[in-house]
Design a protein around this ligand. Structure first.
Ligand SMILES: [Zn+2]
Length: 198
């Protein structure tokens, strides 16, 4: 299950969404026959399909495709995973970094799969809180580790562009399961992902 390629867009969906974008652009007061806008509805239609392709992907399957028996039982951390998602309240981007850690319980997962499942859940209409929770639950239920932790730090364009709050504010969400519910383990993880460490 890879990323969507240009030729894989559903023709009917592409056409339907394109026609709706034409209406939206007109309703906003633009001239859709203007040169620069001629192909915009189609491009926007494909862009939105790309950015929401997570609906048709299965994060559990992605993890299962690369799980290995292994006796390693120390903390595994993948930090600074790029996150690009769309806030479901305004359909505007929010973006930032995710940090994931888990403590194996007889099984490890291919490290490249963690950024992949971040994408699967991020490429939907989302709120940062649910995105954090879904990544956490997926790893916890599939890999059944001794513990799992997810921290996401993100900037929201709906706040930044509309000047609702401080322009440079970053929203942090986190979730902890198993061993990470213990304060020492959680603190060790938070220390390891903090900027001082990088
Ligand atoms: Zn928003």
């Amino acid at each position: 299950m890879g990323y969507k390629h240009f030729e894989e867009y559903n023709i009917k969906v592409t056409e339907d969404v394109k026609q709706r974008y034409e209406r939206i652009i007109e309703d906003l007061g633009e001239d859709i026959t203007r040169d620069g806008l001629l192909k915009t509805p189609e491009r926007a239609s494909k862009a939105m399909q790309f950015l929401t392709q997570g609906y048709s992907q299965d994060a559990t399957e992605i993890l299962k495709s690369a799980m290995f028996k292994e006796s390693y039982n120390e903390m595994v951390i993948v930090k600074d995973i790029e996150v690009y998602s769309l806030c479901e309240h305004h359909i505007l981007p929010f973006f930032g970094k995710a940090h994931i850690a888990y403590i194996p319980n007889g099984q490890i997962v291919g490290l490249s799969k963690l950024p992949r499942i971040v994408d699967v859940f991020a490429r939907r209409l989302q709120v940062q809180e649910r995105l954090t929770q879904q990544i956490l639950d997926c790893i916890n239920e599939t890999l059944k580790p001794q513990g799992v932790a997810v921290v996401i730090e993100a900037s929201h364009m709906c706040m930044m562009m509309r000047g609702v709050q401080k322009q440079n504010s970053v929203t942090t969400t986190s979730g902890f399961r198993g061993q990470f519910e213990k304060i020492e383990t959680r603190n060790e993880f938070l220390k390891l992902i903090s900027n001082k460490f990088s």
